[in-house]
Design a protein around this ligand. Sequence first.
Ligand code: AMP
Ligand code: ZN
Length: 112
Amino acid sequence: MSEPQDCLFCKIIAGEIPSTKVYEDDTTYAFKDINPKAKVHVLIVPRRHYANVAELAKADPAELAHIAEVAQSIADKEFHGAYRLIFNTGLDAGQTVFHVHAHVLTGEKLDE
Ligand code: AMP
Ligand code: ZN
């Protein structure tokens, strides 16, 4: 799949827009959310562009599983393994960037 020129997260992955890296490997990049909703708020993205989690699940389920593993490892380091993992999907669910991303909220006890 080609990477859209106007995709904010493709530009972050390419290093064209700065970000605070938390983790990276060949397929996956993780960085701090610019507007954190918890003490630790990290976004995990596949390097390849998919619009949402359902597209990713269909095209590359191993990458989706890998994102869950990366989330766990961040929470293991930051907060004894406890975390919230969120994929906002669709405008009316609050998705604003249409490059699939997992929100990892951790680092403190979270409100229910
Ligand atoms: P969503 O609303 O689920 O699409 O999440 C998009 C997230 O990207 C929001 O939590 C924003 O705070 C975050 N965000 C937007 N621009 C940047 C940026 N340049 N660097 C880091 N996070 C960003
Ligand atoms: Zn993208």
